[in-house]
Ligand binder design. Sequence first.
Ligand code: PNS
Length: 171
Amino acid sequence: MVPVTPRPSRAVCPGSYDPVTAGHLDVVERAAALHDEVVVALLHNPAKAGTFTVDERLGFVERAVAALGLSDRVRVEAFAGRLLVDVCRDVGATVVVKGLRGSTDFEYELPMAFMNRHLTGIETVFVPGDPALGHVSSSLVKEVARYGGDVTDLVPDDVRDALVARLRAGG
Ligand code: PNS
């Protein structure tokens, strides 16, 4: 009998990551605990300018993943104007992992999970977010930084410094 080598389980953690937060990193870490490999898929609309460029966002996530010691199993890739299901097929992922901070996230995420399953059969697995980070989102962090609030511990230090430089300058 030919020995069968099991395929590594590969998950995708999708998002716009503009910028990455401690909440995103908690989900990536937990996805990496559940799967052999994780692709952090930075999905962006080329027609829409974000606060940070795609290269800046990629750099923030890559450095954070390295700081977690996960670079050997977690890779970060950007995709422009693509359906998540197509990205999953291209990278060979069989599951999407998303974090839920509460019922509002669930209501937002559930139709997308249904739609993605309808399109290709891909499953979405929800992990409950760390309650200590339930208030953390890219948009709130940006608002707090814009008006001079301290976002230390809510984002990696290089993101905090970049937020201060970018948003205080009126970006
Ligand atoms: O960080 P965000 O903005 O909450 O991420 C949302 C994202 C990028 C994961 C979602 O908008 C997405 O999957 N976009 C890709 C396009 C797509 O597949 N749309 C149909 C989803 S049912």
